[in-house]
Design a protein around this ligand. Structure first.
Ligand SMILES: Cc1ncc(COP(=O)(O)O)c(C=O)c1O
Length: 322
């Protein structure tokens, strides 16, 4: 199966109609489709939603809102460098936490230990691979009890749910990416999703230079209307794409790969990746080849992260791929 973007070909017509409308309206940014994309995401996620130019710009907005400058933010090492880099760009200090072998996401016991050692202001949990971190409930409770801000990196997690609860709802904020490989994509783009109305208001100003009172020192992190129109089409198609991927996994992959990630009762994966623990033919490779602490040449003891790096592979699973 070759890589395909999660996009339904028959949606091209609707997309072109939207783009025609944008061209005719002479409103190419800050218009109807940005609002509509946010409204649709808000309905999907049951949270306030603010569209950004990328995951990382939305993440910066959240980290600056919570003022993590000069404070410690815990972060898994088994993630994309975007997660720790967001903290560093916001002026925080990153310390790394181990993951679990069973879900590739944050390990609760190591988190407890690192909270005692580092007294962090915030924690990034990353839902690796399209399912939800299996210990998210406990992680969320632990952070609440210790007055630690929890942020969810939802860059892989479109369409994921656990007993109908969606990512971004366990914490202060969920940040999604619509980069070109994601389960649904707009080429480039991000979404900040939060139940915190003040954060949502801050984010809207932050992505727009703090207009108009300039008390918030943001920059231009807006999404164009053309991208937002694509986002509208993509949100409407998300359930179909995730259902297709789940059916394909059930019918064609699960019987082939018994040594794979097995989800808890009630969890639906968006299947950004289909992850197995044996080397396989035609693998698309690893989610991440090198953990962040190694890339950053930091000396940590993260045995599960090291194990995962060596012992997982991804089977191709792309929407209507052949
Ligand atoms: C886990 C994770 N976090 C953050 C990002 C960054 O997303 P973006 O490229 O939209 O800034 C990615 C993107 O690939 C990712 O995989």
């Amino acid at each position: 199966m070759k890589f395909t973007i999660g996009f339904e070909k028959s949606d091209v017509k609707r997309l072109y109609e939207h783009w025609d409308e944008i061209i005719s309206a002479h409103k190419w940014t800050e218009g109807k489709f940005t609002n509509l994309f946010e409204e649709k995401w808000s309905v999907y996620n049951k949270l306030y939603a603010v569209a950004f130019s990328s995951w990382s710009t939305a993440a910066l907005a959240a980290l600056e809102f919570f003022n993590i400058k000069n404070k410690v933010v815990l972060c898994p090492s088994n993630t994309f460098m975007a997660t720790p880099l967001s903290v560093m760009k916001a002026g925080g200090n990153v310390e790394f936490v181990d993951c679990n072998k069973f879900d590739l996401s944050m390990n609760l016991d190591d988190l407890k230990e690192k909270i005692m050692i580092y007294k962090p202001a915030a924690v990034w949990v990353v839902h690796i691979g399209g399912h939800i971190a299996f210990q998210i409930e406990e992680i969320s409770r632990l952070c609440r009890e210790n007055n630690i801000i929890l942020l969810e990196d939802c860059a892989h997690a479109h369409g994921a749910s656990w007993n109908s609860k969606k990512t971004g709802s366990w914490s202060e904020v969920g940040v999604y990416s619509f980069y070109a490989t994601k389960t649904i994509s707009t080429g480039e783009g991000g979404m900040l999703a939060t139940k915190n109305r003040d954060l949502a208001e801050y984010a809207k100003q932050y992505r727009n230079y703090g207009k108009f009172d300039y008390k918030i020192q943001g920059l231009n992190f807006r999404m164009s209307e053309f991208t937002a129109a694509l986002g509208c089409v993509q949100v409407d198609r998300l359930d179909d794409i995730v259902a297709w991927k789940n059916e394909y996994a059930r019918k064609h992959l699960d019987n082939k790969f018994s040594n794979r990630i097995k989800f808890p009762e009630g969890m639906v994966s968006g299947y950004y990746k289909y992850i197995v623990f044996d080397p396989i033919e035609n693998s698309t490779g690893k989610v991440y080849d090198i953990p962040c602490h190694k890339i950053m040449e930091k000396d940590y003891r993260l045995p599960n992260t090291d194990w995962i790096t060596k012992n997982h592979w991804c089977a191709p699973l792309y929407y209507k791929g052949e």
